[in-house]
Design a protein around this ligand. Structure first.
Ligand code: SF4
Length: 345
């Protein structure tokens, strides 16, 4: 098996991870020329639908930075997270780690880049193999990749469990013998075991009770301080995003429609969709008789609306919005928005 190289040095201002204009579509691409597609066309069969889950998104994460991805179901944030973690290849665009494109790396460096970005999943029940003891779940990858000698593995596993806030004495148990919060800690220990520089957390606390959520969020913050970890934090919970993130990207139907530092986004949201999302955050100091939910459903990614994808639901839509897709433009320092209401600053 290829042994991972160390991550290469880079100038201090180089992003740890960059996704440059990445797109991911599912289904058969319109120009596909494989035998199956040629036969289907020859037989007159209709072309299978293509879903553009992510459409031309750029994202850069600096060392130690926490970037939040928010949006309704179907916005493409999980697909983007999987591309960031290397679990899905982009259909178009480029992924770079410390300034070097993944496609161009030799095998040992590509493996190092893959190990540097790990994922923590939403459901700790299905992300852990129920037939393996915790010691094996956590120890398998570092052993396979030569990050730890077999003789030192037990101590290594204990150290990872301790870091994730689990009693190492429990390492010989199976996942079903733990609570949901403990299982999520096992998933975090497994990710930490390959010494990552960035964790992609996809709704990592959504399946947990509120008190356990707070413990896991505090663990993420402690790990950031101790190890300098960066995060891409995917959540539909804007309270969590506001609490944890330095910068936030708002996604709608596969595109980024607003990007800003967290404090700026939560105090001065510029896109009508972001404004609607923030208006729905429950506020204990304000008793509301009704919530003004966003009207309408998220349109299907199989057949997205023309122009601005948000125009069928936007209270400020104009004729231009139905024709012309707005591009992401800077309206303040580090604040970008894709909406015709906002010309570039
Ligand atoms: Fe609304 Fe038009 Fe802005 Fe889209 S571009 S958010 S439809 S105003």
């Amino acid at each position: 098996m290829t042994k991972p190289a160390s991550l290469w040095p880079a100038p201090p201002d180089t992003a740890l991870l960059e996704l440059e204009q990445v797109s991911r579509q599912f289904g058969v691409a319109p120009g596909a020329t494989g035998f199956g597609q040629r036969m289907a066309r020859w037989l007159g069969q209709p072309r299978p639908p293509v879903t553009r889950a992510v459409d031309g998104v750029s994202l850069a994460v600096r060392p130690g930075e926490v970037v939040g991805l928010v949006g309704e179901s179907g916005s493409g944030k999980s697909t983007l997270g999987r591309m960031a973690a290397g679990l899905l290849a982009p259909t178009r665009g480029e992924v770079r780690v410390r300034g070097r494109a993944l496609d161009t790396l030799p095998p040992a460096e590509r493996l190092a880049a893959r190990l540097a970005v790990q994922m923590v999943f939403q459901d700790p029940n299905s992300s852990l193999n129920p037939r393996l003891r915790v010691s094996r779940i956590v120890g398998e990858a570092p052993l396979a990749h030569g990050l730890c000698e077999p003789s030192a593995l037990d101590d290594y596993v204990c150290a990872q469990l301790q870091r994730a806030g689990l009693d190492p004495a429990l390492r010989h148990r199976y996942p079903h013998q733990f609570s949901g919060g403990q299982r999520q800690r096992i998933g975090i220990a497994r990710a930490l075991a390959v010494a990552p520089a960035l964790l992609v957390c996809d709704e990592a606390v959504a399946a947990l009770d509120v008190s356990i959520q707070a413990q896991i969020l505090n663990l993420f913050q402690d790990l950031r301080e101790q190890l300098g970890l960066a995060y891409v934090f995917i959540s539909h919970d804007l309270g969590v995003i506001r609490h944890l993130c330095d910068r936030v990207l708002v996604m709608y139907l596969g595109r980024v429609i607003e990007s800003a530092p967290a404090t700026e986004l939560f105090t001065r949201p510029a896109h009508p969709y972001t404004q609607a999302l923030l208006a729905e955050i429950p506020d204990i100091t304000q008793r509301r008789s009704r919530f003004s939910a966003l009207s309408g459903e998220v349109p299907s990614a199989l057949n997205p609306p023309t122009g601005c994808h948000f125009h069928p639901r936007c209270p400020q839509a104009m004729a231009r919005c139905r024709q012309e897709a707005p591009s992401l433009r800077g309206i303040a320092i580090q604040h970008q928005v894709a909406c015709h209401l906002h010309p570039s600053s």
